[in-house]
Design a protein around this ligand. Structure first.
Ligand SMILES: NC(=O)c1ccc[n+]([C@@H]2O[C@H](COP(=O)([O-])OP(=O)(O)OC[C@H]3O[C@@H](n4cnc5c(N)ncnc54)[C@H](OP(=O)(O)O)[C@@H]3O)[C@@H](O)[C@H]2O)c1
Length: 243
C-alpha cells in the first residue's frame, strides 16, 4: 500500500476539515484545504498553522479554491454538508476525474425526537436489492471517472480539535476499489489513535452513514463525543502469530 503524504479536503474550512487537517499535519501529512472562497481557505489554513507552530515535523497546511485543490491533489476528502453536495459537484466535479474521493458526508436531519437519517436525493428509485441509497453511492454515480471511497463519518470534529489527547477511533472504510480502500485506511492510520478498517463494498456505505444519528443520540444522552470501535478485531500481527 502506498503511504499517502498529502491530501486535499473539499469543504475543508468546516469543523471536520479543520480537525482532520490538524491531525494529519501533526502526522507530517501535507494538507490543502478547499473552499468556495480562496481567501477563506487561506485564512483557515493560516490559523491552523499557527496552532501547530511549536510542534516539530508538521506537514504543510495550505488553502485554495475547491477547484484548485481538486486539481492538485490525487486524494481528496469530501467534507461539504449534504445540502451543498449538488452545488459542490457542479462546482468541481469535472476536476475529480482520476482522483480518489473519500466521502465523509452524513445524511443527517433533526426533528423534535432528535437526530435521524435524512433521505438521500437520488436519480433512480430504490429497488428491492438496494432499498436505500447512500450519499457515497450517489457521488459515485455522479462521478463515474472518480474512485469513491466512504469513510470518516463517525470521527468527532470536537475530538479531532482537542490536540491534547489522541483519538480513540476505528474508522470503517468502504469502497469498490480495494487498493484505494487500503490507501485511505493507511492515511487514517497516520492519525494517532485512529485505525482504518477496510470493511468492503461501497454499497455498505449506507450502514456507515446511518451510524452518525445513533452516535449523536448517544452524545446527547451522555454529554459525550463518542466514536466507534470494533471489538475483537484481530490485528495483522495477531493473524500471523495465530497461524
Ligand atoms: N463535524 C463533524 O464532526 C463531522 C464528522 C464526520 C462527518 N461529517 C460530515 O462532513 C461534512 C462536513 O461537516 P462539517 O461539520 O465540517 O460541515 P460544515 O462546517 O457545515 O461545512 C463544511 C464546509 O462546506 C462548505 N459549505 C457549506 N455550505 C455549503 C453549500 N451549501 N455548498 C457548498 N459548500 C458549502 C463551507 O466551506 P466554504 O464556505 O469555505 O466553501 C463549510 O466550511 C458534512 O457532510 C458532515 O455530515 C462531519
Amino acid at each position: 500500500v502506498r503511504s499517502l503524504a498529502r491530501v486535499g479536503i473539499l469543504g475543508g474550512t468546516g469543523a471536520l476539515g479543520r480537525g482532520l487537517a490538524l491531525r494529519w499535519a501533526m502526522a507530517s501529512v501535507d494538507v490543502r484545504l478547499g473552499s468556495r472562497d480562496a481567501h477563506r481557505a487561506e485564512d483557515a489554513a493560516a490559523r491552523l498553522r499557527e496552532r501547530l507552530q511549536d510542534r516539530p515535523g508538521v506537514g504543510a497546511i495550505s488553502g485554495g479554491t475547491n477547484r484548485a485543490v481538486a486539481a492538485s491533489e490525487p486524494t481528496l476528502v469530501l467534507a461539504v454538508p449534504l445540502a451543498g453536495l449538488e452545488a459542490s459537484l457542479a462546482e468541481f466535479g469535472d476536476v475529480l476525474h482520476g482522483r480518489t474521493v473519500v466521502c465523509a458526508v452524513n445524511p443527517l436531519a433533526f426533528d423534535t425526537a432528535g437526530p435521524l437519517l435524512a433521505p438521500v436525493p437520488t436519480s433512480s428509485a430504490p429497488t428491492s436489492s438496494t432499498p436505500m441509497s447512500s450519499v457515497a453511492e450517489t457521488v459515485a454515480a455522479a462521478l463515474p471517472e472518480t474512485t469513491v471511497v466512504a469513510a470518516l463519518h463517525t470521527v468527532s470534529s470536537h475530538e479531532l480539535a482537542a490536540l491534547g489527547r489522541p483519538m480513540d477511533d476505528d474508522v470503517p472504510v468502504v469502497g469498490d476499489d480495494i487498493d484505494a480502500c487500503a490507501e485511505v485506511a493507511a492515511l487514517v492510520d497516520r492519525i494517532e489513535g485512529c485505525r482504518g478498517v477496510v470493511v468492503g463494498a461501497l454499497r455498505l456505505a449506507v450502514g456507515l452513514e446511518a451510524l452518525t444519528p445513533v452516535l449523536i443520540a448517544v452524545n446527547q444522552r451522555a454529554s459525550a463525543h463518542v466514536g466507534v470501535r470494533f471489538s475483537r478485531l484481530p490485528t495483522a500481527t495477531d493473524t500471523t502469530s495465530d497461524g
